[in-house]
Design a protein around this ligand. Structure first.
Ligand code: HEM
Length: 449
């Protein structure tokens, strides 16, 4: 097959596209793909970056050639102080071993067993709320998702204090890591800058909590059936995980397991607040399938519209808005030549807004996710959780959690944001609405459900 030329975006003579990207990362992906097509290349200082939103190429990277791509060096560097060598930045043989050890902890049966906790914690949160008060859904949903992860994956009832410490620490780390990654002159970790000190303090706070739980499991020598116990006691021919690896995996799960889901729910809240007809449709479905009892995991197959809402929200406002890979050898995918060392950014947010695959892409239309549409959608055109062997390990967990929480919220609350409110779109490690949050004036729903 003859190779295809890759269009080049020429940015600033010195920065290339770097400054444009820093100013608005997701906007850059969406706009520049519109301008230059589904595959283009651009320079950021000395590094050439390949941007992809062509489903066949995405499929080639995620599935066919997955073993030829690692996480980019600069991303590993960024993650190192925080997630160490946890599953997200890990690669090669070490990733294979860790993946094999941890995967059984995400077995469907085990994950399904977490559903009642998800509903109970959501109900408990709503019981504390009062009519008319203003709440920030970004803060509330982050706290809720963190409580869920702590209880289900670590079997700890996280106190208010620990919860606040973790959330603030993750907020600090997230902001600093992205700034560090954007920095033209990277500062080594030992550099005594204010931001390095703040980052270290934040990480140490989470490490303290992980160490406490680890010590507790080792002292009791008891597998309590949670994922953390599984990771402490699981063995292969090389023995158990080292303490350091365990710390890295725990850190990864705390981070990857709550902020991503919380922010995905925040965007779903926003979309529903602007589309009250969709909320009515969700309520109708819940009423006929569940009646007035609590939502259970067995109800989910009877709630296709709820699932469509979640899928559509992850298309339009994906919390993990992009992910990146680095080629480990020269290869050709769908006619595009990719050189060894080439960094590739898969802009899921840009893919989700590609009019070739999504009619009127800026419209929030859960109904589009009918069977026929899904059958026609090319492979690689919808990857909010990435795909192939490196697919998100928490995909089932997150899809279930989002539906359990959303289904519970919709039945008890009016989904609103204040009149005229428009959020900011901050693209850090995940996409979130920033300091202004996602306010809502609490109004309980007194309908039939
Ligand atoms: C809506 C929620 C979520 C979204 C959108 C999401 C998305 C993603 C994406 C795109 C990746 C690939 C990242 C990359 O390759 O650079 C990923 C990886 C991962 N996610 Fe999630 N995630 C979510 C929730 C969760 C949850 C709840 C957990 C854990 C309980 C989790 C654990 C992980 C892990 C461990 C990986 C690394 C997998 C590997 O490379 O082997 N995620 N996620």
């Amino acid at each position: 097959m003859p190779t295809k030329p890759i269009p080049r975006r020429r940015g600033h003579w010195f920065w290339g596209c770097l400054m444009e990207m820093i100013q608005d990362r997701s906007g850059f992906l969406v706009e520049k793909h519109e301008e230059h097509g589904d595959v283009f290349v651009s320079r950021a200082l000395i590094r050439d970056l390949l941007f992809v939103r062509d489903p066949a190429v995405v499929y080639g990277i995620n599935v066919t050639h997955w073993a030829d791509f690692y996480k980019p060096d600069y991303i590993k560097q960024m993650w190192k102080p925080f997630l160490g060598n946890g599953l997200v930045p890990n690669d090669g043989e070490s990733w294979k071993r860790q993946h094999k050890l941890i995967l059984p902890g995400f077995h469907k049966k085990r994950v399904d067993a977490y559903a009642p906790t998800m509903v109970e914690f959501t109900e408990r949160m709503l019981d504390r709320w009062r009519e008319g008060e203003r709440r920030d859904m970004r803060l509330e949903l982050n706290a809720l998702a963190l409580e869920v992860v702590a209880a289900t994956l670590f079997d700890i009832d996280i106190g208010k204090e620990d919860s606040k410490i973790i959330r603030e620490a993750i907020g600090d780390v997230s902001e600093i890591l992205v700034k560090d990654a954007d920095n033209m002159v990277p500062r080594p970790d030992w550099w005594p800058s204010a931001s390095n000190r703040r980052k270290k303090r934040a990480i140490a706070k989470i490490e303290d909590i992980i160490r406490r739980v680890h010590q507790d499991r080792l002292t009791s020598q008891k597998d309590r059936g949670d994922l953390f116990s599984h990771m402490v006691f699981v063995e292969d021919e090389q023995g158990r995980m080292s303490d350091e690896q365990l710390r890295d995996e725990a850190m990864t799960l705390i981070f990857a397991g709550h902020e991503t889901t919380a922010h995905a729910l925040v965007w779903t809240w926003y979309l529903l607040a602007k589309n009250s007809d969709k909320v009515a449709k969700m309520r109708e479905e819940l009423e006929s399938a569940v009646g007035d009892r609590r939502l259970q995991v067995d109800d989910l197959p009877k709630l296709p519209y709820l699932e469509m809402v979640v899928k559509e929200s992850l298309r339009l406002y994906p919390s993990v808005w992009a992910y990146a890979r680095q080629a480990q050898r020269d290869l050709v995918i769908e006619g595009y030549e990719i050189k060894k060392g080439q960094t590739v950014t898969i802009g899921h947010i840009a893919m989700g807004r590609n009019p070739k695959y999504y009619d009127e892409p800026m419209e929030f239309r859960p109904e589009r996710w009918n069977r026929d549409f899904e059958r026609r959608l090319p492979r690689g055109a919808y990857t909010p959780f990435a795909g192939g062997p490196r697919v998100c390990l928490g995909k089932q967990f997150a899809m279930m959690e989002m539906r359990m929480i959303l289904g519970t919220l919709v039945r008890r609350l009016e989904i609103t944001v204040p009149d005229g409110f428009e959020p900011d779109f901050i693209t850090e490690l995940s996409m979130h609405p920033g300091e202004r949050g996602m306010p809502t004036d609490v109004k309980f729903h007194h309908g039939l459900v």
